[in-house]
Design a protein around this ligand. Structure first.
Ligand code: GAL
Length: 647
């Protein structure tokens, strides 16, 4: 059964409240507690001088109350003495300025000296707590990349980048040829001449940027792996996790997950709604609930990244946060709904951030399950309630499993790097193309898996490739073998490994499947559209030649989509009504059971239950395509409520 937990910072509170905190956690229905991830200055107040006593005591108190512990390595917050001893360990920002001490994540992934320090503190912690019976899981560091920290433009990063390039390309001539450096006389005679791409006069070569993005991601993976190796050695049998972020693509989470046992992510639906690309109308409509696909998209994305599909929510918003443009409180019921949605997607844990609101320092306006004075905050009762419901559902039998794989969305982090490097039209992003395709499928009531390129697709009836500039051999083979319907979006197959247009033109190898070639691409400013009646061609338009037949054509004769056999090509950007129309046509060619869900309603099936979630601030009736009476909740769903049907 999915467990509930919280993030706790014993070092923030007097020791005499710990036992009461632990008891109240257990009383509230929590069984896991995540600690330690920022506590370096208390663990090692001076170089080599460790103060374990307080943490030993905290571990015993929590263990004594029956809580399991997820122990974090504190490498996101190197202490002042360490920074002073090694002042070149800071990352440099894109303008080349050195970042400083006084918050967190102030290190450069490429600094060899800091890596040694990170390994040293990881080993010390793993040796101390690695075999403690309460410690069931380790979290490496905290949110790699938070506060824009994956890319560093430091001398250490530059030197490491040169080594990375030499390993990848062998010779400067090979690199010049791969990148097309004869253009603008950018040729290099040796790897030592190559700088980072940040301070060029105008845009750097996109191949240069892509190499730097790949390198920066690899540095994160290597930094993480160094900790993982130590934890495996000193704490055998414990799971290792890391907490990924929302709408964040700075490193390749598929690669990171390959080294972990379970992938976590941090779910702040209201903060993400406010900070990301949603329209003002959506921000208002969902201000206290979050857009209905924000949490689910990441559940399905990170499940697809995780080894054996093991994933969790390591931080769950319990009330207002402090870091978005506006920070409203969730509607009553939302914290429980978010928790149940995580269960519906197969999470192993939802851990609320944080236990008690801290009256001091940067996050004093960030809610916890307790108020700063220690009284219950509103979310606490919801947590207890949802825990009781989870137990009731669990009592009916074994753990719920896979509830049917309807549609696969193929997504790569590299695709998003490429559309960031070369958007070609404002706002055109592979990540948001994936999100919009996800929404289009979820509005039809489907279970959606977001999978890495090359994944086996045989369990699905529909595969979507929203925007995948590089289509590797494995991905192509999986699509060629796939017997279901395929939708391919613009820019897919449009680039080689080194960011060149393939000689065969886009969609490259996918031409075997869709039988067309893109002869010209244009991006369209707002208002420049081709009207299709109920839909329009907007933002992007590919002009194509080939055997594939136009399927959707605008009134002026401009095709929006093409079809060949089981495959469709979307020649315009995957968003809005044209996307819904192409999805509807592809679904009509499958035997999938679909629903027309009212705005704000979403469903999810696992092997035992069908869940219906109302993300609206208004009451919604469950549509008649879902029959019967729910075992939890009601067919009339109040705002921020859910129903569960036994299957
Ligand atoms: C996360 C972070 C936590 C805390 C939280 C506040 O990004 O991992 O440490 O800062 O945000 O919402």
């Amino acid at each position: 059964m999915m467990k509930l937990g919280c993030c706790y910072y014993p070092e923030h509170w007097p020791q005499d409240v710990w036992a009461d905190d632990a008891r109240r956690m257990v009383d509230a229905g929590l069984s896991q507690v995540r600690i330690g991830e920022f506590a370096w200055s208390r663990i090692e107040p001076q170089p080599g001088v460790f103060n374990w006593q307080w943490l030993d005591d905290a571990v015993e108190v929590l263990h004594g109350a029956g809580l399991e512990i997820i122990m974090g390595t504190p490498t996101a917050t190197p202490p002042k003495w360490l920074c002073d001893a090694m002042p070149d360990m800071f990352a440099h920002d894109r303008d080349g300025r050195q970042r400083g001490f006084g918050s967190r994540r102030h290190y450069c992934f490429s600094h060899a000296g800091y890596l040694e320090q990170a390994k040293r503190i990881t080993r010390a912690m793993a040796q101390r707590y690695g075999s403690h019976p309460a410690v069931v899981q380790w979290q490496t560091d905290n949110e790699y990349g938070c506060h824009d920290t994956v890319q560093s433009f430091s001398p250490a990063a530059r030197d490491a980048f040169r080594v990375w390039l030499a390993a990848r390309y062998g010779t400067a001539e090979a690199l010049n040829a791969a990148w097309g450096n004869v253009f603008w006389s950018m040729e290099y005679a040796s790897f030592d001449e190559i700088e980072l791409p940040n301070l060029t006069v105008t845009e750097a070569n996109p191949a240069h940027w892509l190499a730097f993005r790949r390198f920066s991601s690899d540095q994160v993976i290597a930094f993480n792996r160094a900790q993982v190796d130590i934890l495996r050695e000193c704490s055998p049998g414990r799971d290792i996790t890391h907490n990924a972020m929302g709408f964040y693509t700075g490193y390749d989470a598929h690669d990171l997950s390959d080294d972990l046992d379970i992938l976590g992510w941090d779910s702040y639906p209201l903060g993400f709604l406010e900070m990301f690309r949603f329209s003002d109308a959506e921000k208002l409509q969902y201000a206290r609930q979050g857009h209905p696909d924000i949490a689910a998209f990441h559940h399905d994305l990170y499940r697809g990244c995780a080894a054996n599909e093991r994933w969790s929510v390591l931080e769950q918003q319990p009330g207002p946060v402090n870091w978005a443009r506006h920070n409203p409180a969730p509607l009553d019921g939302m914290v429980a709904l978010w928790t149940m949605e995580a269960a519906a997607h197969g999470a192993e844990l939802v851990s609320y951030f944080r236990w008690r609101q801290n009256p001091q320092a940067q996050e004093q306006m960030h809610a916890g399950l307790l108020r700063p004075d220690g009284a219950d905050a509103p979310a606490l009762a919801e947590v207890t309630d949802v825990q009781a419901k989870l137990e009731m559902m669990q009592a009916k039998g074994e753990m719920a499993g896979d509830g049917g794989r309807d549609a696969a969305l193929i997504f790569s982090f590299e695709a998003e790097w490429m559309t960031q490097i070369q958007p070609q039209g404002e706002g055109r992003s592979a990540l948001w193309a994936a999100f919009d395709c996800y929404t289009a499928l979820r509005k039809k009531g489907l279970n959606v898996d977001i999978v890495r390129p090359g994944s086996d697709l045989s369990a699905y009836q529909l595969a979507m490739v929203p925007c995948l500039p590089i289509v590797g051999d494995e991905c192509l083979a999986a699509l060629e073998q796939f017997e279901g319907q395929i939708i391919i979006g613009p820019r897919s197959g449009s680039r080689t490994q080194d960011f060149a247009i393939p000689h065969s033109l886009a969609p490259g190898g996918l031409q075997d499947i869709i039988r067309l070639e893109v002869t010209r691409s244009e991006s369209l400013r707002p208002g420049l559209v081709h009207d299709g009646g109920t839909w329009e061609i907007a933002h992007w338009l590919d002009h194509v030649e080939g055997e594939a037949q136009a399927e959707l054509t605008a009134k002026d004769g401009t095709p929006a989509s093409y079809k060949h056999g089981k495959a469709r090509y979307l020649a315009t950007w995957p968003s809005g009504a044209v996307l819904d129309e192409v999805v509807a046509r592809a679904l009509a060619d499958t035997t999938l059971k679909t629903h027309d869900l009212p705005e704000g309603l979403r469903i999810r099936r696992d092997s035992k239950y069908l869940y219906v979630f109302n993300y609206c601030a208004q009451t919604r009736d469950i549509p008649s395509s879902i029959s019967g009476d729910p075992m939890l909740g009601d067919r009339r769903l109040l705002p921020a409520s859910y129903a569960v049907f036994a299957l």
